[in-house]
Each structure stands twice: as structure tokens, then as C-alpha cells.
Design a protein around this ligand. Structure first.
Ligand SMILES: Nc1ncnc2c1ncn2[C@@H]1O[C@H](COP(=O)(O)OP(=O)(O)OP(=O)(O)O)[C@@H](O)[C@H]1O
Length: 411
């Protein structure tokens, strides 16, 4: 009996449709694997297929029967569901819990029949949990509990077995055993299974349905549907196909695509004054470069220009010298900059830190010295330190004669 999913729409809220128009078929005696990115609606569609959620449009048919018309007890004989989220609030022996799978076949207050016990024992064995049938379900590990849930679903003897990520808690051996068990079960049943492990899906699922954003992107035999190109498109990864151990089933190796480098805006800090840096600041800014300036004396032409275009400016009142805050801010600006431009200006005691800090960055950043041969007034070469620093910067920085040259260099 195939399951037909026809034009299904569903939303948990009115404002957001999770399933927009789902159409696919789960064929008889096959494992149909549903794959797709997180949050695309796989669990939701499985719940709709199981009859747990009512779609707002479309219908689900098991063969020709529309499931909305099937009474719950009959539905429980037709399909069993192993859900992703497992709640075990009760302290229940594993054996008794698996016996609950027999409920749809039992009349009220009648003891479990010999057949029920046989089926439960077979189910416990098939799911490899018979060895802890006397333990309490709320004292099991995640993987043990998952296998008990599968045993209960098997005890239900459904025609359709629906599983949501049945291998998610299992170690690799139990994963492979479970997938093999599901393959065996297809002799008598049809299996629908949400699966994230693509290589297991390729190895064990006969058919694959790829879902994305509430729609089905592709469906068909796993060999037809699974390709490196499709997986790259759906999951946004790089996929490389290689032959599986049997030489038939495709296998894939995945990696993340290289990160796209976002073009970082160049940042330049200009140390100037007396209107000597004005043209540089304005030209770099209009060329789209991230410019900062300072320490500038408030009221000075460079300061006024920098303020007029709203760039980050470090400033101090004239004739007061620079405070610790201003020199710290200058260091921060130089740290952020790719290039530091220093324009030769008269140096008084107060603005000596501009030179000191520019000199500090000679080995750390690109430093361009503009107008290095400017004849400074005698009084500006305060205590010889300014001359010393100018000479140091002149010897280590890239020197350009004037503003035009620096702009030519940078733009
Ligand atoms: N009970 C709920 N109420 C509201 N929104 C929900 C509810 N359950 C799921 N959703 C939302 O519906 C969308 C689909 O969820 P669903 O669990 O079906 O995705 P999925 O494909 O199974 O994801 P995953 O691969 O992560 O298990 C998600 O955006 C999810 O946040």
C-alpha cells in the first residue's frame, strides 16, 4: 500500500505556513528517506502523514483510504510512529512498555494473549533490547530508550512504520543494525524515515524525498535523487561523491565552502594641523576611504574640515597641550588604521605627542610622511626632541613631497 501525500499545507500559526504544498508518494515495501535542512518541515510532514496533525489543505491516503476518515484504533493498527522527542515520565518496565504496542488489538480488561507475548518478545529481540526487558524505561540511556521505542512500534505490527531520526541516539553498530532491520522489514511493510545521515540514506533508503522550505524539491530512487550537485544546493556545502564499499551505493564526503572574504574598507589615520592635512582628509574621504584625524587643535582648518564631513576626529583646545585621554584615543585610532599619514607641521611642546605616537607605529603600520623636508621654525623644534623624531620618521617612513603625491600613492 503506498502512502500518498497530496497538496499538504500546514502551519502551527496562521501567520506562518511550514508546509506550503507538499506532494510525494511513499512506495510499497520500500524505505522512503525524508531528508532536508534543519527546520524545513520534515518532522511536521511526518506528523501530518501519521495523522497527529491536521493539514489546512490536501490529504493523506494510505492506499485509497483518506486517513482523516479512519478511527484512531484502526489507524493504530495501520501505522506505528517512533517520534524524535521521547518523554518517559513513568517508571515502567521495558517489557510492559513494549506491550503497550499491542493495545489496538486488545479488548478492555482482557489479559495479554500468548500471541501478544510472542510478538512483544520478537519485537524486543529485533530491536536488540531483549536483554534489558526488566529494566525501567526511565532508567535507560538515550540509545537504549530509542531502541525500546522501536520495539514498541514493531509490536504494533503496523503496515507502515514511520520513524523520525531513528538512529540519532545510536552508536554506529546499532545504527547499522537498525537500518538493516528496517531493510528486512520492507518484505512486509513500508517504512518512512527522516534521516540526516546522507550516506546511510544512500545505503539503506530505496527512495529519497528532499524537502526544503515547505516544498518537495526532488523525489525518486535514492540513486537518481542523490548527487553531489543536489546536496550542495540543498545544504550549502561542498560534496564529493565516492563509491561505497559495495561499489553500488553512492557515498559522499562533505566540507564547508570557503568563507567569502568581505572586502574590508581601508582605514587611514591622518596626523596633521595648520590646514596642511585638509586636502588629504577631504580627498581620501570622498574616495570612500575610512578616514580618522587627530590630534587636531580645535578651530584649526584641518579640524574644521574633519568636523564638516563628520569623520572620527580627536581634538584638543589650542595651547593647552594634549591630555592622556587624547593620546590614548590617538593610539586607538592608529591601532585601527591600515596606514598612518603624518604631515610635517610646526611642533610646539603641546603637540609633541603626535610625533611620539607616529614614531611608535613605524614598525607596526604603513606610515607615510608628507612634506618631510619642510623647514621648521627654530622654536618648533622643542628641546631637540621634535627634530629627533622627525629624523627618525624620515628615515623609516615612506616619504612623499606633497599632498598630490600622497593622493597619487593612495587613490
Ligand atoms: N509546535 C510547534 N509550534 C510552532 N512552530 C513549530 C512547532 N514545531 C515546529 N515548529 C516550527 O516549524 C518549522 C519546521 O519544524 P520541523 O520540526 O518540522 O523541522 P525539521 O525539518 O524536522 O527540523 P530538524 O531537522 O531540525 O529536526 C520550524 O521552523 C519549527 O520551528
Amino acid at each position: 500500500m503506498p502512502i500518498s501525500i497530496e497538496g499538504i499545507k500546514f502551519g502551527y500559526t496562521e501567520s506562518r505556513e511550514v508546509l506550503k504544498d507538499m506532494n510525494f508518494t511513499c512506495r510499497d515495501n520500500r524505505i522512503t528517506g525524508i531528508i532536508g535542512p534543519n527546520g524545513c518541515g520534515k518532522t511536521t510532514v511526518l506528523k501530518v502523514i501519521a495523522g497527529f496533525l491536521q493539514p489546512s489543505a490536501g490529504c493523506i491516503r494510505y492506499n485509497d483510504t483518506v486517513i482523516g476518515e479512519v478511527p484512531p484504533v484502526e489507524l493504530a493498527k495501520m501505522r506505528a510512529v517512533v517520534e524524535q522527542k521521547i518523554y518517559t515520565p513513568f517508571s515502567f518496565p521495558v517489557y510492559d512498555y513494549v506491550m503497550l504496542g499491542r493495545s489496538p488489538y486488545q479488548k478492555n480488561f482482557q489479559p495479554d494473549s500468548n500471541e501478544d507475548h510472542r510478538i512483544v518478545t520478537d519485537s524486543l529481540r529485533d530491536a536488540s533490547v531483549i536483554q534489558f526487558q526488566d529494566r525501567k524505561i526511565n532508567e535507560l540511556s538515550g540509545g537504549e530508550l530509542q531502541r525500546v521505542m522501536i520495539a514498541r512500534a514493531l509490536a504494533q505490527e503496523p503496515e507502515f512504520l514511520m520513524l523520525d531520526e531513528p538512529t540519532s541516539h545510536l552508536d554506529i553498530r546499532h545504527q547499522l543494525e537498525l537500518m538493516k532491520l528496517l531493510s528486512r522489514l520492507t518484505k512486509e511493510k513500508s517504512v518512512v524515515c527522516i534521516i540526516h545521515e546522507i550516506n546511510q540514506a544512500s545505503s539503506y533508503c530505496d527512495d529519497i524525498v528532499i524537502t526544503k522550505d515547505g516544498y518537495v524539491l526532488k523525489e525518486g530512487s535514492s540513486d537518481d535523487v542523490l548527487s553531489a550537485e543536489t546536496l550542495e544546493d540543498v545544504f550549502g556545502v561542498l560534496a564529493m561523491q565516492y563509491p561505497g564499499p559495495d561499489g553500488k551505493k553512492k557515498q559522499f564526503a562533505f566540507s564547508l565552502p570557503p568563507e567569502k572574504k568581505t572586502e574590508k574598507k581601508r582605514r587611514i589615520h591622518v596626523i596633521s594641523g595648520e590646514g596642511m592635512g585638509r586636502q588629504i582628509i577631504m580627498s581620501l574621504h570622498s574616495a570612500g576611504i575610512d578616514v580618522s584625524a587627530g590630534i587636531l587643535n580645535q578651530g584649526d582648518q584641518d579640524y574644521e574640515s574633519a568636523k564638516s564631513i563628520g569623520i572620527e576626529t580627536i581634538s584638543a583646545p589650542p595651547f593647552t597641550g594634549y591630555s592622556d585621554k587624547e593620546t590614548t584615543d590617538l593610539k586607538k585610532a592608529c591601532d585601527l588604521a591600515d596606514t598612518i599619514i603624518i604631515v610635517a607641521v610646526n611642533v610646539g611642546k603641546g603637540n609633541l605627542p603626535n610625533l611620539e605616537i607616529a614614531a611608535e607605529y613605524l614598525d607596526k603600520k604603513e606610515v607615510i610622511f608628507v612634506n618631510p623636508n619642510r623647514n621648521l621654525k627654530k622654536k618648533d623644534l622643542t628641546e631637540g626632541r621634535a627634530t629627533e623624531l622627525y629624523n627618525l620618521i624620515r628615515s623609516k617612513a615612506k616619504c612623499v613631497e606633497n599632498t598630490d603625491e600622497v593622493l597619487e600613492e593612495l587613490l
